[in-house]
Ligand binder design. Structure first.
Ligand code: FA5
Length: 343
C-alpha cells in the first residue's frame, strides 16, 4: 500500500507539470481526488479493510498526500488564472470593430422630407386613425352606402355589419378620411398635411396592401384652383427637383369638384417621352376643389369657405424621384438589407 501511495504521488506530480490550462487541471483533480472514483479516494476507502496497525500508518500517509495534492492543485489553479488574465490585457493598439450603422427606412425618410416641404408653406402634420369608421372614409366624402365609387377603394372590413351610426369599422383605404375629422375641430382656416398608413386589397408590381398617403387640405375664404396649382408646382420642384413641372388633368372623385389627376414631368426625358414614362409625364395622384357636400359634413359653410385637397402615395412619389430605378414597389417592404443599404 505504501508503494501504491508513492507511485500515485509521482504520477500526480508528473502529470500536473505538463498541463497548461484550467480544463486539464480540473480533469486531474477529478482523477486523483474525485469523490466517487478518484485514485486517492479509492485508497482512503480501502483503509477500513487493513489491520489496525497498518491502517494508522497508511492513513496518516494517505491523508498527508491528500493535503499535498489539494495544495498543489490550488497553486497551479492560481498560476493558470494569473496567466490567463495577463494574456487578456486590453491592447489599445488592436483595431476596433466598427458597429454597423443603420439608417431610417426609405419611406420614413420620404415622409420627413414631405412634412418639411409643406411646413415651410404653413401646413401642419396630422395623423388620423388607421382603423376608421366607414362614415369618415365614404359617407362624409359624398359617397353614400352602396355607391359604386366605393369599390375603387378595395376596402378591408373589420365589422361584418354596421355597429353604430357611423357604420362599420374599416382599415382606412385613404387619408381623405381625415378631411372631415379635421373640419370637425372647428378651427378655420385649415392647412393640414395628413400622413398615415392606408390599406387596400391590392398587391402587384405597383401596389402593396399597406402603403402611405399624404393628404393636403386647405380651407379658407376664396381659395381657387390657382392656389392648388401653385401648391402642386411648389411641391414638385422641392421634392423632385427644380427642373420638374406639375400638370393637372380633368378626373373624377366624389369628394372634389372639379377633380384632377396630377402628373409630374418625367425626370429622365424632361417631358419628351421615354421608355419609363411613355408620354413624358408620370401620374402622381388625385386632387381637386372640395365638394360643398364635404364641407357641409364637416360643418363648414360652403358659401363662405372653399378649399382644395390632394392625396398621393408616399411610396409611389419616392419611386419617381430622379435617379432611382426601383422596378417593383414591393421591394420597399421586403426588408432585404442588400436593397435597403443602397439608400
Ligand atoms: C385617393 O385615394 C384619393 N383619396 C386621392 C384624393 C385626395 C383625390 C384628395 C382628391 C382629393 P387614389 O385611389 O388614386 O386616390 O390613390 C391616390 C394615390 O395613392 C395613388 O396615386 C397611389 O400613388 C397611391 N396608392 C393607392 N393605392 C395604392 C397601393 N395599393 N399601393 C401603393 N400606393 C397606392
Amino acid at each position: 500500500m505504501k508503494e501504491k501511495i508513492k507511485q500515485l504521488k509521482n504520477d500526480f506530480f508528473n502529470e500536473i507539470e505538463k498541463i497548461s490550462d484550467l480544463t486539464a487541471l480540473e480533469k486531474i483533480e477529478i482523477k486523483y481526488l474525485g469523490r466517487k472514483a478518484g485514485e486517492l479516494t479509492k485508497i482512503l476507502r480501502q483503509l477500513r479493510d487493513l489491520p489496525v496497525t497498518e491502517r494508522q500508518e497508511i492513513g496518516v500517509l494517505a491523508n498527508q498526500l491528500k493535503k499535498e495534492l489539494a495544495q498543489k492543485i490550488r497553486e497551479v489553479f492560481q498560476l493558470l488564472k494569473n496567466q490567463a488574465s495577463q494574456s487578456a490585457v486590453f491592447d489599445v493598439t488592436v483595431p476596433g470593430l466598427k458597429p454597423t450603422e443603420g439608417h431610417k427606412h426609405l419611406v420614413t425618410q420620404a415622409i420627413e422630407e414631405i412634412v418639411e416641404i409643406f411646413e415651410r408653406i404653413g401646413f401642419s402634420r396630422r395623423r388620423y386613425p388607421e382603423v376608421e369608421w366607414e362614415w369618415y372614409a365614404f359617407e362624409s366624402l359624398n359617397m353614400p352606402p352602396n355607391h359604386p365609387a366605393r369599390d375603387e377603394w378595395e376596402t378591408f372590413f373589420i365589422d361584418l355589419k354596421p355597429v353604430g351610426p357611423k357604420g362599420q369599422r374599416i382599415l382606412t383605404p385613404h387619408t381623405s378620411s381625415g378631411q372631415v375629422r379635421e373640419m370637425e375641430k372647428g378651427q378655420l382656416p385649415i392647412r393640414m398635411i395628413n400622413i398615415s398608413k392606408c390599406y387596400r386589397r391590392q398587391i402587384d408590381i405597383s401596389h402593396v396592401p399597406m402603403f402611405h398617403q399624404f393628404e393636403g387640405l386647405l380651407i379658407d375664404q376664396q381659395v381657387t384652383i390657382a392656389d392648388l396649382k401653385g401648391t402642386l408646382d411648389y411641391f414638385v420642384k422641392q421634392f423632385f427637383g427644380s427642373n420638374r413641372r406639375a400638370r393637372i388633368r380633368p378626373s373624377h372623385f366624389q369628394f372634389t369638384e372639379p377633380s384632377f389627376e396630377v402628373d409630374v414631368s418625367c425626370g429622365l426625358c424632361d417631358g419628351q417621352g421615354c421608355k419609363m414614362c411613355k408620354a413624358g409625364w408620370l401620374e402622381l395622384g388625385g386632387a381637386g376643389m372640395i365638394h360643398p357636400n364635404v364641407l357641409k359634413a364637416g360643418k363648414v359653410d360652403p358659401k363662405k369657405y372653399s378649399g382644395f385637397a390632394f392625396g398621393w402615395g408616399v411610396e409611389r412619389c419616392y419611386l419617381m424621384k430622379a435617379g432611382l430605378s426601383i422596378p417593383d414597389i414591393r421591394m420597399l417592404y421586403q426588408n432585404d438589407l442588400r436593397f435597403l443599404n443602397q439608400f
